[in-house]
Design a protein around this ligand. Structure first.
Ligand code: HBZ
Length: 794
């Protein structure tokens, strides 16, 4: 069934021992956990090389189109377990390590998360890479090899503090450095004559390749990450004369470019270094793409038939001007040809409509850092305005700002949103003008997630139930999960689904008691909200409900409550004050609730620090209730929502993003819907004092806010949340107050439904059965057919 299954445990044991001995220079009695992890990783990696080479050979032979996915973020997570699972090696490795007295779980846990992303956008890119390999779609991911990924979150007295992340502190066994794949990236300087760029700063982009293996090891693509290196060598003369700092300056300057990931998510940070990072990635990727193209072809007119470039949001939107520049200034094409070819290759995915996330750069900064690109952008803009006779509002450059969304839109063949609702809203709101000018350009590709990592790897208990029930093969054909529906009335199947969930909840409880010293009641509803901390995602609504529940239990502990465990996870951007206040409030509430003997086991609040991909893999399989409660119209899609559904959690959610499609797929009666629609939200904003009105209409919410201002959760500092409560009364930008009562009512329905265990298992079954649509394989097939025009090579 699978190329790697033939490998015997003995053969693998020999390979691992050889790496331990000859790569790591350790003998078994002295090998540490790290040594074992490295030896196992190298041994598994070796087995990817053959399919990787074979895929490259087939791609060259087919002479077809290649896909290039440009993204400032790839939130990959741990690699070893995923590679073992895709190669079908899990049991074999386990056997070998058991024989050596080493725990596979410990080995897997020893690997740091590759956190080269912030949240949804970066994790989507990682799921897409895996699906492109599974589908044998010839593709490269291009990104930056950040030395420090997303910061490590700690809580000090309930407050978030950020610590640097250091994943490259240890050798990274999955990458291959390619010193020969190196490009010069230029900045600043001036234009000679009309438009000959004389840059004053240069760095090298050096390639580091990671193989990305798909399901059953049939295909592997490459994730190529760029590291920045100095072009000027170390100044020995200065060093010898004693100025050690000045001697190292060029090196320091270059390396800052790939030093850290910007921790902002759905916000625009507007820093010069960020612009340089965006250009660094884009230019290196495009130079590499053109070099590869020229190694096989000689006529650039063919480029759009051989190359599809996907811009993951606007961060690589300099691809338009940069491709024009390379074709003109480096390869001698004229303007019209260069622009036509660039447009033919480029596509743009939008991930958010939030105004604060739409990137702009001042013409002053753009002109200083990239003078030639500023000139090209002006010309693209002039032609765009002349050809469409558009209103001034739709220009790329306006009020001395370059609008990257408009630039990306104008320079793309296809522009897509990430859920049906989001794409509709793009057309109706932020991009309505541009959509009117280019009506065939916008299309939808609803997001998906890889079922290999998010079900098979992270939830072996449920995976076994699925295979036992509907047979093997659902991992690469997730629509088959709908076959579960025919087992809805089979009590044994419902019980098995319930038992798998309980198994995962117990595992999570053990982890929570080891790591957080808190005991969780496995009979409680495990109610989970994990995602970036942002006001629009409304963690605040969830805390308010928690406070109400605590108070209601206290006033009548014998009322037959369904026990709850509220779990939160997520990081706030370091400068996002409002989000950080919500973090602190959650921790303060947890402190009071968890130490209240009156509520005891009926309510617990857990907020483990440093939520990341590995923690998601632990939490999602153990979740009963998935919180997807953003203000309608604000969450472009969501992808966590899909992972939960696949793992048999029920959703409490608004009609936002992909929740709409999840509800359609699983059936409205199996989904806890509440809150205003996007259209109602739009109307509500027009009502002056909407928050005050809603609060005055809700005695429960008044009580909750009162408890907070009285300092019930911050007795040592009773004024701590005055600002937050005041903002809720007077601003409430995401309509927490207006949706509060509706949310409470549906939470009560959840309690009732959960009390009937067998009924709940039936609802879980229907959710799993309806989740097949949300495989990223389906999404990638959509991109291949509608945007890239590429075919699978298997
Ligand atoms: O992209 C997320 C959306 O919020 C989420 O709904 C969606 O599921 C996911 C994948 O499509 N967006 C992001 O993670 N980040 C951004 O949209 C973003 C935009 C501009 C920035 C930084 C981040 O400057």
């Amino acid at each position: 069934m699978n190329a790697m299954n033939d490998l015997s445990a003995e053969a693998l044991r020999i390979r691992i021992t050889q790496h331990l001995t000859y790569t790591l220079g350790k003998d078994k009695p002295h090998a540490s956990l790290y040594d074992w992890r490295m030896a196992v990783s190298y041994s598994v990696r070796d087995l990817i090389i053959e399919p990787w080479f074979a895929a490259t050979r087939k791609t060259y032979e087919a002479q077809g189109k290649r896909v290039y996915y440009l993204s400032l973020e790839f939130l990959i997570g741990r690699i070893l377990g995923d590679a073992m699972m895709n190669l079908g090696l899990f049991e074999t490795v386990q056997d070998v390590l058991e024989g050596e007295g080493v725990s596979l779980a410990d080995v897997i846990e020893d690997e740091p998360d590759a956190a080269l992303g912030n949240g949804g956008l970066g994790r989507l890119a990682a799921c897409f890479l895996e699906s492109m390999s599974t589908l044998a779609c010839p593709a490269y991911g291009y990104g930056i090899r950040y030395e420090h990924g997303l910061f490590r979150q700690l809580f000090e007295s309930g407050r978030q503090v950020e610590h640097p992340e250091d994943w490259l502190n240890q050798p990274h066994p999955w990458e291959f450095e390619r010193p020969e794949a190196r490009y010069t990236i230029s900045f600043k300087g001036h234009l000679d004559g009309q438009s000959v760029w004389q840059p004053s700063e240069t760095v090298y982009a050096r390639a580091y390749d990671m193989p990305v293996v798909g399901w059953q090891g049939k295909w592997a693509n490459t994730l190529r990450l760029w590291g920045a290196h100095p072009t000027e060598l170390f100044d020995l003369e200065q060093f010898n004369s004693g100025d050690h700092t000045a001697a190292a300056a060029p090196e320091a300057l270059a390396r800052t470019l790939s030093r850290v990931l910007y921790p902002e998510d759905t916000t625009d940070s507007g820093k010069e270094l960020r612009l340089k990072q965006e250009y660094f990635l884009t230019s290196a990727a495009l130079q590499d793409i053109l070099r590869r193209f020229l190694s096989e072809y000689d006529d650039f007119a063919q480029l759009p038939d051989k190359v599809a470039i996907q811009m993951n949001d606007t961060h690589p939107a300099l691809a338009g001007p940069e491709l024009i520049r390379l074709l003109m200034d480096e390869h001698g094409l004229d303007w019209n040809a260069a622009k036509r070819i660039a447009l033919g290759c480029l596509n743009y995915t939008n991930h958010t409509l939030l105004p604060e996330a739409l990137e702009t750069w001042s013409t002053w900064l753009m002109g200083r850092v990239l003078p030639r690109h500023m000139q090209i952008i002006e010309q693209i803009d002039q032609e765009h305005r002349a050809a469409t006779k558009c209103a001034a509002d739709l220009a790329i450059v306006k009020h001395d700002q370059v609008h990257m969304g408009t630039l990306a839109f104008v320079m793309a063949s296809h522009v897509n949103g990430v859920s049906a609702l989001h794409t509709d809203l793009m057309k109706e709101t932020v991009f309505s003008g541009l959509h009117g000018l280019y009506p065939a350009r916008v299309l939808n590709q609803t997001n998906g997630v890889t079922p290999r990592r998010w079900l098979r790897l992270s939830n072996p208990a449920l995976s076994k139930v699925l295979t036992d029930t509907i047979g093997a093969g659902w991992e690469s054909d997730l629509a088959r999960l709908s076959e579960l529906n025919t087992f809805e009335d089979d009590r044994a199947v419902r019980d098995a689904i319930g038992a798998a969930k309980r198994h995962n909840k117990l595992a999570l409880s053990n982890w929570a008691s080891d790591r957080l010293g808190i005991t969780l009641n496995p009979d409680a509803v495990f109610d989970v909200q994990i995602k970036r901390m942002h006001e629009y995602k409304r963690q605040l609504l969830n805390v308010f409900e928690t406070i109400h529940r605590w108070s209601a239990i206290r006033s009548n502990p014998e009322a037959g409550w369904t026990p709850r465990v509220k779990i939160f996870g997520g990081k706030a951007a370091p400068g996002y004050f409002a989000a950080k206040e919500i973090i602190r409030l959650i921790n303060d509430v947890a402190n009071v609730v968890n130490n209240d003997p009156v509520v005891g086991d009926l309510l617990k609040v857990v907020y483990p620090a440093n939520y990341n991909v590995s923690m998601a893999e632990r939490l999602i399989p153990a979740t009963d209730l998935s919180e997807q409660i953003s203000t309608a119209g604000k969450e472009a899609s969501g992808t966590g929502n899909m992972k939960f559904t696949m793992n048999g959690a029920l959703t409490i959610g608004t009609l936002d993003g992909a929740n709409v499609e999840i509800r359609e797929q699983v059936g409205a009666e199996n989904f806890f819907l509440f809150g205003m629609t996007a259209a109602e939200v739009r109307d509500r904003y027009l009502i002056e004092g909407h928050a005050r009105t809603a609060i005055l209409d809700s005695p429960t919410l008044q009580d909750v806010l009162q408890m907070i201002v009285e300092g019930r959760f911050s007795p040592e500092d009773t004024d701590r949340y005055n600002g937050l409560v005041d903002a809720t009364w007077n601003h409430d930008p995401f309509l927490v107050a207006s949706d509060f009562d509706s949310y409470l009512a549906v939470q009560a329905e959840v309690d009732l439904a959960f009390a009937d265990e067998d009924h709940w298992n039936r609802l879980a079954l229907r959710n799993i059965a309806g989740s097949g649509y949300f495989s990223s394989d389906r999404t990638i097939k959509g991109y291949m057919a509608d945007i890239w025009d590429t075919r699978s090579l298997l």
